[in-house]
Design a protein around this ligand. Structure first.
Ligand code: UGA
Length: 438
């Protein structure tokens, strides 16, 4: 019989996971407390921009295989309930806010039956799964046989559908053979395609996820620290990354120096990991992540300082065009976006900042309503005294430096992502600054 799957939380992770599960042939219900989001999803509309998600939603909502609800009772009868809610940074410190994870498990527990497996996917501090298993034991109906497992998610926004359907590895944190069997059923397609699988305990599965993100963040901050050295010595960090990247032990991926990492995962995950390490008496083990965070945030200040320098020392009342608002291209996610942080800092310093992003302007305007938003790159660059390229959308790479040069008031540009054609800009008479390279 087709497995019945529930997915709690329909954000960047849950909505894609629900659609992916329907694509794999399961009967799926997505549950969220956000009515607007559920209404959009019910109509087969993606509530955010993610390549390839829309057609999946349309197809499976239309066939009835994928349904959405705000009522937790709709998980009744599910074989597997995935928990995909957010764990944002707490307002009062570095730790993760676990409210949504606990409230979701508490809300679904009374509706479970027939050995339902609750599977956590959210990124959580180590120890959470064991605590949740206890909650489940006390809240699920007697004899329901409900059980908890952990199955961390490694999808990247902007490749989320691809990563969900064809993951590069699977991790099952389980406490019984039954739970492993159930997860093997869910991921049968990926396992048949020889996707590597690690079956482990709950704590290891939780730590795999935060360790992976901590490593990625460290890799980016490593190359950005080297970029700082290159900036002083006149060396070229891009060539350096190519050269060290050929060493297979190092690898070229995630060695792109620039304005640093942002988004809803890496920044808050390294902070929550440090906070948790402190709680368990191992603060020193992860103290280096504080440095990773500091290097990352310095990149934003660096772009602000470079902008000031290009403007002759004064930004107040000067016209700055910002290309990009999303934390990375092919996404409308602006959570902890380096691009927006830079735009916001320049605005606070008195600059007249106009921002263009192909998809993220609406979300950006919600958190930075005082910035001005334009409808195209050309539009925001008109009259600009300096242009900042801060999110590497493909359309920005395709801009013609000669045409762009004709609309700005001063031909000065900072490539915060090191991916524009330096020579073409310089040939067209631009003052061109990049990150960690001449
Ligand atoms: C990250 C991880 O890559 C996923 O594996 C993980 O599942 C996800 O977090 C999560 O925890 O949910 P994501 O936040 O989508 O995925 O973004 P990344 O592709 O990791 O990029 C993060 C930031 O690093 C972006 O701002 C990007 O511009 C920046 N970056 C990336 C660099 O500055 N340099 C690089 O070389 C690579």
């Amino acid at each position: 019989m087709t497995l019945r799957i529930a997915v709690v939380g329909t954000g960047y992770l849950g909505a894609v996971h629900a659609a992916g599960m329907a694509e794999l042939g399961f009967d799926v219900v997505g549950v969220d407390v956000d009515e607007a989001k559920v209404d959009a999803l019910r109509a087969g509309k993606a509530p955010f921009f993610e390549p390839d998600l829309q057609p999946l939603l349309e197809r499976h909502v239309a066939s009835g295989a994928l349904r959405f609800s705000t009522d937790f009772a709709s998980v009744t009868g599910s074989d597997v309930v995935f928990i995909c809610v957010g764990t944002p940074q707490r307002a009062d410190g570095l730790a993760a806010d676990m409210t949504y994870v606990y409230s979701s498990v508490e809300a679904v527990a009374p509706h479970l039956s027939n050995g339902a497996l609750v599977v956590g996917k959210s990124t959580v501090p180590v120890g959470t799964a064991t605590a949740l298993a206890d909650r489940l034991d006390s809240l699920a109906p007697a004899g329901s046989g409900a059980e908890l497992a952990w199955n961390p998610e490694f999808l990247r926004e902007s490749f989320a559908v691809e990563d969900t359907l064809r993951p590069d590895r699977l991790v099952f944190g389980v406490t019984s053979e039954g739970a492993e069997e159930r997860l093997r059923e869910v991921y049968a397609t990926a396992l048949e395609a020889d996707t590597p699988l690690i079956v482990t305990d709950l704590a290891t599965s939780e730590l795999v996820k935060v360790s992976a993100n901590a490593f990625l963040a460290t890799k980016i901050s490593f190359i950005n620290a080297i970029a700082e050295i290159c900036e002083i010595t006149g060396a070229n960090v891009t060539q350096l990354a190519d050269a060290i990247g050929f060493d297979e032990r190092i690898g070229r991926k995630f060695l792109n120096a620039g304005i640093g990492f942002g988004g809803g995962c890496l920044p808050k995950d390294i902070r929550a990991f440090m906070a948790r390490a402190g709680e368990i008496g191992a603060g020193q083990s992860l103290a280096f992540l504080g440095e990773v965070d500091a290097i990352n945030l310095r990149r934003r200040d660096h772009v602000v300082n470079m902008t000031r320098e290009l403007l002759g020392g004064e930004v107040a009342d000067r016209r700055v065009a910002v290309l990009g608002a999303a934390f990375k291209p092919n996404s409308d996610d602006v959570r902890d976006s380096p691009a927006l942080a830079v735009a916001g800092a320049l605005h606070l310093a008195g600059a007249h900042v106009t921002v263009y992003d192909p998809e993220a302007a609406e979300n950006a305007a919600k958190i930075y309503p005082t910035l001005e938003y334009g409808t195209s790159a050309m539009d925001v660059c008109r009259g600009a005294e300096v242009v900042l390229h801060l999110t590497e959308w493909k359309e920005f790479r395709a801009l013609d430096p000669v045409e762009l040069g004709a609309v700005v008031s001063t031909k000065a540009i900072i490539d915060g992502r090191n991916c524009l054609d330096t020579d073409a800009y310089r040939r067209a008479g631009w003052t061109f600054r990049a990150m960690g390279r001449p």
